[in-house]
Design a protein around this ligand. Sequence first.
Ligand code: KE4
Length: 435
Amino acid sequence: MPHNPSFSRSQEAFQHALELFPGGVNSPVRSFAAVSGSPLFFSRGKGAYLEDLDGRRYLDFVQSWGAHILGHSPPGVVRALRRQAQRLTSVGAPTLEENRLGTAIRDAFPSIERLRFVSSGTEAVMSALRLARAATNRSMILKFDGGYHGHADSLLVSAGSGLATLNQPASAGVPEAVTGATVSVPYNDLEAVRSALAAHPGKFAAIIVEPVAANMGLVLPQPRFLEGLRSLSREHGALLIFDEVITGFRLTYGGASQLFGVEPDLTILGKIIGGGLPVGAYGGKKELLSQVAPLGPVYQAGTLSGNPLAMASGYAVLKELAKPGFYEMITDKAERFFDLLLPHLDPARHTLNRLRGLFTLFFAPGPIQNFADAQKSDTQAYARWFHGLLESGISIAPAQFEAGFIGAKHPVRALRLAAETMVRLLETPSPGTEK
Ligand code: KE4
């Protein structure tokens, strides 16, 4: 297709994509629906940077929605993939690569004695819910408004990420019989959890929570919230599931569970453990996982589960993350970046939620401690900020209800310049509109 200079190559590619995929994308949140305009097509990534089809370069804070913590195409991962690709890509039989990555994960999470690899976070969540229902012989699930756990039917209720972005808290095509077994309450609200459990005594199979919520934008657990979930779930005989698809190996090597000192019954992992290739995992105590086929009655399977390429990629990343000082380096860099932003934020209009390398700048007054708070955001102002940053060579999530990721390869100087640009592009209130 000859290039039409009045269109960027991304715009041309997007016109073609619209003839192939719904909305021209393979995942809704990439569609720019929340920020208007047509999505950029990227052709290469290196470290903290991406390059689009027109050769423009961007400092990238999306990092494959958190799958990258060593940046794009880290040399060690590329070498491991090249080596593995020449030996064995997919076989559908056991390989040592699975043992190696499985051992690294089990050693990082004391609550995980046995795990199962799958090919996405959604698949891991779906499998964990099935296991929880079988293990408790119950069917109800408790989740949190704005929590996003992939697109498994049971969890498309008051969900975050792309559903929140599209203002679509539920999905068509999901039978009431399924979502009727799911109750959603506000994040950080232990009283609401207590009431929901009491309203349906002996009915809840599990409570599933993002221990640090990142799909309503970043929202931190209030003190004692996670401990409260732990004791309430035990009191009511429900399993506690930590969805650490984003926080696992992100906040610390042992994820939020290690950071907050709360051990769930099941942990969901994804993103980082695949190093950019499709991997999800769920894990927990040996006795619980012994109910999964072929040992037990809970069936779960997958052609590409544990495929050697993804295992090699994930292991190459975890080897780096295990090195002393890795997380301190990320935290130090991130805090210096936040310190450049904070003094310039108008508390009546901007709230910066942040934790180690994770952050969201909400265009809303704080505090932002749950989805209802986050929904006060001026998403149009966010959209204008997003496009201003994109034109300045900075790529952030094309949606207010997502998180930003600072990783090992974000240069300190580039972060300083990015912070200056972010501040410059924060609109000053037009005269007379100050609240
Ligand atoms: P996947 O099925 O997309 O691999 O994982 C689902 C999932 C589960 N749990 C949490 C906490 C998650 O954040 C996700 C997926 N995250 C979104 C971004 N917030 C993926 C981006 C997308 O949907 O395209």
